[in-house]
Write a protein that binds this ligand. Sequence first.
Ligand code: MG
Length: 363
Amino acid sequence: MLRKICRGVCLIALVLGAPFMTSAATGQSPMRWLAHDMQRPRPPVVTPGKLALPALAPSDAVIVFDGTDLSNWRDAEGGQARWRVRDGYMESVPDSGYIFSAGKFGDVQLHVEWATPVPASGRGQGRGNSGIFLMGLFEVQVLDSFENETYTDGQAGAIYGQHPPLVNACLPPGEWQSYDIVFRRPHFHEDGSIARPARITVLHNGILVQDNVTIWGPTTWLQHRAYERQADKLPVSLQDHGNPVRYRNIWLRELPESAEPSGLAEQPATTVTLSPEQLQKFAGAYSTPLGDAFKVELKDKRLRVHLKTGQVIDLIPRSATEFAMRHTAGKIEFAVKDTGEVTGFTMHLGGEKYPITRLAAQP
Ligand code: MG
């Protein structure tokens, strides 16, 4: 136990610096269960489907471990990591300490493959224990949880001490298993207080075990630790918990802060006012060259296009013959002869132009 305490303290000190050592928060946990409560209900066991491992990295991935060497990994003092590498995997060496990626990362999609020792030895937290620490602070537990009882917030797929996995998807010891993790880093106010806690989604062997859960602070043993301001990017670390757990094929994709613009999409505004008489001349039956029917209707002073599939497109006039679609990035241009006869329209949508012909004579 003492060894574990020392490891945890050294890890935090390395990542956050000495000031954290004197200001470690011990505030009230926001969780509904005390940490490591054996009364917490066991997640159901689910047997994963056959996995295609190793999972090949996509073209934009950062390869963190390719099975050849530990050149991308450091020990807690910044020296060469002292885990063992052979046959395309690395294996934690008892008492060699946590190892840390040379690269620093914030928001990531992370893929990791791992296997616990075979034959299994020990029990509970002493059986195949390791862990993947996002930013060196937030542990996704690695444990041999195949027919191995322990507290649920400490079994495989748990956010250690906080969130048990939704199900137990653990494979038997010695079999390669995968984690696919989506991690959103914490954000802080100017004064250092937490603005947005970290969030995490985890798939274990292709099965959802953490569904975008909030992480309540750096994961710890025995106590709740509140957020303290930290860097935007920090190394990923792997835990030496005294068991020779294996890892291979570790890659990640750095994620943009947010893919969505803030605020709502601006709907097209009316730039001209057309009289009911001007709008009425567009009403009628239309068809594509392949015979798909459209009906243009004037109702409540608005022009609408009815598709045979049931959709209704609300049109916003932009000129005497051009209309924007209210909810879609596209437009409709009516074809009008010099005589005023409307002969059809062109629908501009998704970079394509669809010619549509009027069927009936104008009223
Ligand atoms: Mg662990």
